[in-house]
Design a protein around this ligand. Structure first.
Ligand SMILES: N[C@@H](CCC(=O)N[C@@H](CS)C(=O)NCC(=O)O)C(=O)O
Length: 202
């Protein structure tokens, strides 16, 4: 049976999952949801109510990384997983943990009055953007000269961060991150998973 995939176009977690599914050549029934009105069928499968969710062969995968891993285990034509190890895991934990928390604060400064947007930017630079710039200055991608799952997993979050204030991002001292980001933004893979879908109704 065709796997059912609940998604939300602008969600960075759903983006990384969609890119992995597409890359692995996995056809899904795409169900675009409204976060404000989640379909009952999705909540029945995964009561925690976050996207992405993949329902396949009686299995419910409701963590974006599990969906990526599942897809790449099915097919990984360009060996994205070749570099799976402690270093890639450390990038991922930093991204999904403290960097995502800063991203939320940077994006919604009015919801977090304890810290100024400029301070958030400085923290994000120290934590993530400076180490990324250093890594990307010595190799084309985060884990070497070959694209890996970790670039794909992190890219949607850097995209969102840059999009909060594109002009400010242009002014930051991160030229190789900008090249890396542009390459992902212009990639066929990314653009192929950004189609608009009508909202799914059960
Ligand atoms: N750890 C989850 C996080 C997924 C997540 O937080 N998704 C957001 C959208 S970007 C969501 O569905 N939030 C629920 C809501 O806003 O109601 C994953 O990796 O899949």
């Amino acid at each position: 049976m065709t796997p059912i995939f609940y998604s939300y176009r602008r969600c960075p977690y759903a983006m990384r999952a969609r890119m992995a599914l597409k890359y692995a050549g996995i056809q899904v029934e795409h169900r675009e949801i409204a976060l404000s009105n989640k379909p009952q069928s999705m909540l029945l499968a995964s009561p925690k109510g976050t996207v992405p969710v993949l329902c396949v062969d009686g299995l419910v995968l409701d963590q974006s990384l599990d969906i990526m891993r599942w897809a790449l285990a099915k097919s990984d034509p360009d060996a994205w997983r070749e570099v799976d190890g402690e270093i890639s895991q450390a990038w991922l934990e930093k991204n999904d943990g403290p960097f995502k928390a800063l991203l939320d604060r940077y994006k919604y400064p009015n919801r977090f009055l304890d810290i100024s947007q400029e301070d958030v930017l400085n923290k994000a630079m120290n934590l993530m953007l400076e180490p990324m710039e250093t890594a990307l200055q010595s190799s084309r991608y985060l884990m070497g000269n070959k694209l890996s799952w970790i670039d794909v997993a992190i890219f949607p979050f850097i995209r969102q961060f840059a999009a909060v204030n594109p002009q400010r991002f242009e002014e930051l001292p991160f030229p190789t991150i900008r090249i890396w980001l542009k390459q992902h933004l212009e990639s066929e893979l990314f653009n192929s998973v950004m189609d608009k879908h009508p909202t799914w109704v059960d």
